[in-house]
Design a protein around this ligand. Structure first.
Ligand code: CAA
Length: 319
């Protein structure tokens, strides 16, 4: 039987963590959001406040409701504040040694019947579960970026996960209004197993001169109805993250199609991580909305190619 959860701990307030915390608070859970220092925590909470303000502005949320959501999120830099959480979800850097070090500390503090979950994109869940004193109560809860918008959560059962822990995590995801799918503990689970080689292949297609960055993105937006082209998506996921996932997947499967292309490696070495660093396949510098550069590029391209005045540009790329 699934456990009832009242308070959710979220470790990491970065790209994924702040969204995971916001979704949980919007679903009525009390949230303890932990970061390494006050400045990083303030940045994550700032993003949540910005999203809540936008929801109020768009009349999707009333101001009192937004205030309640915000009040349910307690930021901290101390693990000790997680003690009473019924579920703890980690969304820290995708590094196994860092995650193991963190779990060892958290495991000592959090109540023994709590379920632990990792939002890892590619690491084996069992490697984290086995480092805790509660391998039965350990699952993967894999959210998609932006967590506030994307409907899916992959619920990952590793070899030690009990039925009760799996059901608790599955029901939790559903209680957040997410579509939950069960996935096995295999590198990349379901979505990244398919999506990561697709993004890597788009980079290879560009390297091989198959098409320009804009043409490749336009091709998949206009030819396959994807909301973003693969290179915009790579920038959105983070090129450093994509390269790290590729490294794990090529090790796990030994197949060349999972390996990071040269261009990706060079961009990561140069510090071009995509949207979060301001530069990737597109330039996000300045104070424009993050998709503006990619959008403008694709809009221009579609408009110049649409003889009847850019119907496709308007339909595919809303202003
Ligand atoms: N946080 C919160 N809300 C956001 C957001 C963000 N970062 N980005 C967009 N939104 C919201 C906006 O507020 C907007 O809502 P309203 O219309 O109510 O204001 C809504 O989403 C749509 O946004 P936009 O109109 O600005 O832009 P859009 O229509 O192009 O949608 C998108 C943006 C949802 C990101 C869409 O482009 C999309 O679905 N892209 C594909 C995303 C994707 O594939 N994600 C998975 C990546 S892989 C992954 O995450 C797994 C991994 O392990 C690497």
């Amino acid at each position: 039987m699934a456990q009832q959860i009242k308070t959710v701990g979220v470790l990491g307030a970065g790209l994924m963590g702040h969204g995971i915390a916001q979704v949980a608070a919007q679903s009525g859970y009390d949230v303890v959001l932990r970061e390494v220092d006050e400045a990083t925590l303030a940045k994550g909470i700032g993003k949540i406040e910005k999203q809540l303000a936008r929801a109020v502005e768009k009349q999707r949320l009333s101001q009192p409701d937004a205030d309640e959501v915000r009040a349910r999120i307690n930021g901290t830099v101390h693990y000790r504040d997680l003690a009473d959480c019924g579920l703890v979800i980690e969304a820290i850097t995708e590094s196994l040694p860092l995650k193991l070090e963190m779990w060892r500390e958290v495991d000592e503090i959090v109540k023994p019947d709590a379920v632990f979950a990792t939002n890892t994109s590619s690491l084996a869940v069992i490697d984290q579960a086995a480092a805790t004193g509660r391998p039965g109560q350990f699952v993967g809860l894999h959210y998609f970026n932006p967590a506030q918008v994307m409907k899916l959560v992959e619920v990952v059962r590793c070899v030690t996960t009990t039925d009760e822990a799996f059901e608790t995590a599955y029901e939790f995801a559903r209680s957040e209004g997410k579509l939950a799918v069960a996935a096995k503990d295999k590198a990349g689970f379901i979505v990244n197993r398919l999506l990561v080689p697709y993004m890597l292949d788009a980079i290879r297609a560009h390297e091989q001169g198959v098409g320009s960055i804009e043409d490749i993105d336009t091709g998949m937006m206009a030819g396959a109805s994807h909301p973003m082209g693969p290179l915009t998506l790579a920038d959105f996921v983070g090129l450093d993250t994509l390269a790290a996932i590729a490294d794990v997947m090529v090790d796990a499967y030994g197949e060349e199609r999972f390996s990071a292309p040269e261009t990706l490696k060079k961009m990561v070495s140069a510090g071009d991580f995509g949207r979060k660093s301001g530069k990737g396949f597109y330039d996000y510098s300045g104070d424009k909305m993050y998709l503006d550069f990619a959008r403008q590029a694709v809009t221009r391209l579609l408009a110049t190619q649409e003889p009847d005045g850019g119907f496709a540009a308007q339909a595919l790329v809303p202003a």
